[in-house]
Design a binder for this molecule. Structure first.
Ligand code: NDP
Length: 490
């Protein structure tokens, strides 16, 4: 069984935070077996029982806020204040999922329609069983909790495989759950490297995988899921655009743009990476942006790059962008491992890696456009489709632009604000993945629709689903359908 261990490191200092087991396939199978049994018990509690326990879990996490934030800080290097923010958001999601599960998923009567007027139609959403969650390191509490809380609230047991960079946070989240729900291992964490996640995805008793990470790994996980026809929700990052429209408040836009791009050292799936500014406000926006960027420092306002390998990608993008574009802030020397200072480059060709590939670092490319339409077209010219931002003084145009962005989410006159609204679904399209976490869609993602039609009384002379049906019964049906559906609407 599990013999080997691996270390989680503090990326700012390189010191070992703790050692964790590399759970092998056998250990993962044992965890899934325990989860399967726990899932039955958890489902049996019903919505009311689960709601009470999930609200207890929320209270335990809330009381542990400072300690958990310190651990997130140690494993990711992000400032404690940022770690605190992500945990607060996760708490609001546990609360929303717990309070809304019955309303969204519980049994309800739906209209049977005229042809089924003698039927009573009931719809409800039942648990899947065991859900496997494979999480990232960039927001090690907020991101996986967007799946874990919703999967639990929908009545499933969860086996969570955190990123190898943040195993301690993952272990702690499950320990805290056991404090609130000591009866059964409804939420377990297994630790290890990619192999551990692969074993989870391959286990046929896992009824859904919620994955967050790169598009390339999502494809590998999906191939493993395909063996058992296990469905999957995939959140795979993006190349999010930020549009500044003609009558935008440029100071507010520059402030939001910087925070969206630089906070968490740019290691945010919905972080700002590309900025398109209409000609009318280009100069004042760039002035505001560069003045503000000069006051932001890596190691002070945001932490190090958590995953050492990412530094090479960030450096490659910066080198390429600064060769072909005009540097506004920072440059190749901004990479001083494990930190990267802010880098802003103008007029980088749209086909360069810094514009097309996910950088996942504190860098922005900026381009002047003749109008909002051109900005929108460039924003949409990407394989990704996660989120986007519009700053505009014209509410109607801002909403139209936000709607026309080919993304799952958008913010208007704010940045990343959708993530803080628990009732809004979170997820993307294209290379950014599919499926939704958060909100009612997030609850339904971890449930199967159950449809029941009950005949209340037989309709005389309309035995349609019987071999004793007579031709006049079919004739009556044709007359009814023609009356109901046969006329053209004028
Ligand atoms: P990966 O996609 O490689 O890893 C994400 C998760 O999947 C981790 O828990 C990882 O475990 C696990 N995993 C890796 N291989 C497998 C496998 N074969 N089967 C099942 N699970 C597996 O992302 P990285 O952390 O390596 O980051 C790479 C890039 O992904 C980043 O540069 C960034 O661009 C993007 N990314 C996007 C995120 C987002 O929020 N959408 C979050 C994180 C990264 P382990 O860590 O142990 O390898």
């Amino acid at each position: 069984m599990t013999t080997l261990t691996f270390d989680s490191l503090n990326p700012a200092t390189g010191t070992v935070v703790a050692s964790h087991p590399k759970h092998d396939a056998e250990a993962v199978r044992a965890a899934v077996a325990r989860a399967q049994e726990a899932a039955e018990w958890w489902e049996g509690l019903g919505h009311a029982g689960r709601r009470r326990r999930l609200l207890d879990y929320k209270a335990v996490v809330t009381r542990e806020l400072r300690e958990l934030a310190a651990l997130v800080h140690e494993e990711t290097g992000k400032p404690v204040a940022d770690a605190t923010l992500e945990i607060v958001l996760a708490i609001t999601h546990i609360d929303w999922a717990a309070r809304n599960a019955r309303k969204v998923l519980g049994p309800r009567r739906v209209s049977p329609g005229m042809v089924g007027a003698n039927l009573s139609a009931t719809l409800e959403y039942l648990p899947l069983g065991v859900v496997g969650v494979i999480g990232p390191w960039n927001y090690p509490v907020f991101t996986p909790m967007g799946s874990i809380a919703y999967a639990l609230a929908a009545g499933n047991a969860v086996v969570f495989k955190p990123s190898e960079f943040t195993p301690g946070v993952g272990v702690r989240l499950a320990e805290l759950f056991a404090e609130a729900v000591p009866e059964r291992p409804v939420f377990q964490t297994v630790t290890g490297l990619g192999e551990t996640g692969a074993a989870l995805a391959r286990d046929p008793r896992v009824k859904k995988i919620a994955f967050t990470g790169s598009t390339a790994t999502a494809k590998r996980v999906m191939a493993a899921c395909a063996e058992n026809l296990t469905p999957m929700v995939a959140e795979c990052g993006g190349k999010d655009a930020f549009i500044v429209d003609a009558d935008a408040d440029v100071e507010a836009a520059a402030d939001a743009c910087l925070w969206g791009a630089l906070s968490n050292a740019g290691q945010t799936c919905v972080g700002v990476e590309r900025v398109y500014v209409v000609d009318a406000v280009y100069e004042p926006f760039m002035r505001a942006l560069s003045e503000r960027a000069a006051t932001v420092k890596a190691g002070e306002h945001y932490g190090p790059i958590t995953m050492p390998g990412q530094l090479d990608i960030i450096k490659r993008h910066i080198d390429d962008a600064t060769k072909s574009g005009r540097t506004v802030a920072g440059g190749p020397d901004s990479v001083r491992p494990p930190y990267v200072d802010p880098v802003i480059v103008e007029d980088v060709p749209e086909d360069s890696p810094a514009v097309r590939e996910e950088t996942f670092g504190p860098t922005i490319t900026v381009r002047r456009t003749k109008d909002a339409q051109e900005a929108l077209e460039l924003a949409n010219d990407t394989a990704y489709g996660l989120a986007g931002t519009v700053f505009s003084g014209n509410r109607r145009r801002a909403m139209a632009l936000a709607r026309a962005m080919r993304t799952g989410m958008a913010s208007v006159n704010s940045v990343i604000s959708f993530a803080s609204v628990a009732s809004l679904p979170f997820g993307g399209t294209g290379d950014s993945g599919f499926g939704r976490i958060h909100g009612a869609d997030g609850l339904r993602e971890f449930a199967r629709a159950k449809a029941i039609a009950r005949q209340r009384f037989p309709v005389p002379g309309m035995r349609l689903t019987s071999f004793s049906r007579q031709p006049d019964e079919l004739e009556r049906l044709i007359r009814l359908v023609t009356f109901l559906h046969g006329r053209r609407k004028r």
